[in-house]
Structures are given as C-alpha cells and as structure tokens.
Write a protein that binds this ligand. Structure first.
Ligand SMILES: Nc1nc2c(ncn2[C@@H]2O[C@H](COP(=O)(O)OP(=O)(O)OP(=O)(O)O)[C@@H](O)[C@H]2O)c(=O)[nH]1
Ligand SMILES: [Mg+2]
Length: 239
C-alpha cells in the first residue's frame, strides 16, 4: 500500500539504549516514514546516537537539540511546530521507550480515513495498560474520569501520547498560547482539537512498560493536568 510522507516525532531525554533500537524499527515500518527526534541535550548522549543514525539513513532522520529548555510538554510543542515545516501529510507522535509499539503506525495510517486524528487508546475494548504498576494505571484511569468530567470530552484515553494527525490539524492549533509545560500537553492538545470540531478515532493499543532507562516522571507531574484542565475549562469554555 502507498502512503504519503509521514513524520514521526519522538521526544527524548536520556534514551540512549532505546533510541538506537527504536529508530530503525520505526523507519522499517514503511518507506513513507521519516523521524524527527526532539532531544533536550540529554547528558547520556542520545543526540550523538541520532547523529550517527542520520548518516545511516540519509534524509530520513531529523534532529532538534534544545539546550536552553527542558520538559516533555514544551518538547512536544517544538516538535509539532518543526514537523509542520517539513510538510508531511501525516504526523505521528510517540515515545522512545517502546511503550508504544511502532507496528501501530501502519494501522493508524489505515484508520485515519474519514477522520482527522487517530488516538492510540489504552482504555477502550481491546486496549491495555500492561506491565505498569496498579498505582500508575489507577492514576491514569482516575485522572481520565476527572478530566472528562471537567472538560466534557468523550475520549477515554485523554492522556495518550501515541497519535496520528493530519498535518492541517496541527497547523490550526495556537501553539504559542498553550498552557501546558509537562505531561498535560496530550490532554490540552486533544481538548483543543475536539473543540475545533475535528474527528478523533480512538483505536485500542497495548501499552507496555518502558524497555530500558528510567522514568522522568515526578510526583508533582501528576498535579499539572488538574490545574491545566481547570484553566482550559474556565478560559476556553467547555466543548
Ligand atoms: N525532549 C524531552 N523528552 C522527554 C522529556 N521527558 C520525557 N521525555 C520523553 O517523552 C517520552 C515519554 O516520557 P517517559 O519518561 O517515558 O514518560 P512515561 O512513559 O509517562 O513514564 P515511564 O515510561 O514510566 O518512565 C519518552 O520518549 C521520553 O524520553 C523532556 O524533558 N524532554
Ligand atoms: Mg514511557
């Protein structure tokens, strides 16, 4: 099957073990795929590994190294802004740590027909949040309920970081006015997308625990989405 140019954004911080393995797997899914890594100058040398891969896969691997900023949310925003400039038809966002199986990319490309965004969902029938501590799963599900109630969204996995978008969807978002700086970015993005009237399709994914390296999440990260969801509800009004 032929697909138009599709760009996969992968934010990284200290992912040297994972990035060297996952990048070739992502590229091998289909010849239409290119990758954009957004690295925050990881002390473990993740960017150096990406530079080597750029030589191995000419024109397929793009790299942004941010030296002044650090954070999952702002890295995602920068990634989206740069991805748009590369003019792919479709843009994917996924984690570097193998929690998101690259095999879903092709499935997402098939499922986007008739929709604007495909969202990999752990919390619909057929999806799973496996290998994670029951506590992390509990927090994800509970926060999902709270945010759905505050924001009035139907989507089950608001916090999913595995998505495929038509480029126009991301072009239409006001990136400079985003409130999120951390993990709330996924939630804020999907809220703004639904509010604009775009059609989102949730498809089940099996989410597995990170393969190597360490979590960057801290306790305080879990509170950001609460503040952001209230801000969105008050400032932008519910859908
Ligand atoms: N550029 C950048 N990427 C980050 C930052 N924090 C996390 N990431 C990347 O964002 C993705 C998701 O982060 P994770 O630490 O895996 O978060 P998580 O999946 O919720 O948590 P665990 O997998 O349990 O550790 C991974 O590819 C990380 O490398 C950051 O500050 N800057
Ligand atoms: Mg992870």
């Amino acid at each position: 099957m032929k697909y138009p140019k599709s760009l996969v954004i992968v934010p990284t911080y200290n992912e040297k073990e994972n990035i060297s393995l996952i990048l070739p797997v992502i590229l091998s899914q289909h010849e239409c795929i290119e990758v954009l890594v957004v690295d925050d100058n990881s002390p473990d040398g993740t960017a150096e590994i990406v530079r080597k891969l750029q030589k191995k896969y000419p024109d397929k691997v793009h790299l942004i190294v941010r030296s002044k900023e650090r954070g999952r949310g702002t890295a995602g925003i920068r990634g989206h802004q740069e991805a748009i400039k590369l003019r792919p038809e479709y843009i994917v966002e996924m984690d570097a740590d193998f929690s998101h199986d690259p095999q879903y990319i092709l499935q997402f490309l098939k499922e986007i027909d008739g929709y604007d965004v495909v969202l990999g969902s752990r919390f619909i029938k057929g999806g799973k949040d496996s290998d994670r501590s029951p506590f992390r799963t509990f927090i994800s599900i509970l926060s999902g309920h709270i945010f759905r109630a505050i924001l009035g969204l139907e989507i089950r996995d608001i916090g999913s970081g595995y998505k495929l978008y038509r480029r126009e969807v991301l072009e239409s978002l006001p990136w400079d006015n985003f409130y999120s700086y951390g993990i709330a970015i996924s939630m804020e993005e999907i809220f703004r997308i639904v509010r604009k009237g775009y059609k989102v399709k949730e498809v089940p994914i099996i989410f597995v625990d990170r393969r190597a390296g360490q979590s960057k999440l801290k306790w305080k990260d879990f509170f950001e989405p609460v503040g952001i969801s209230m801000k969105l509800a008050v400032q932008l009004g519910r859908v």
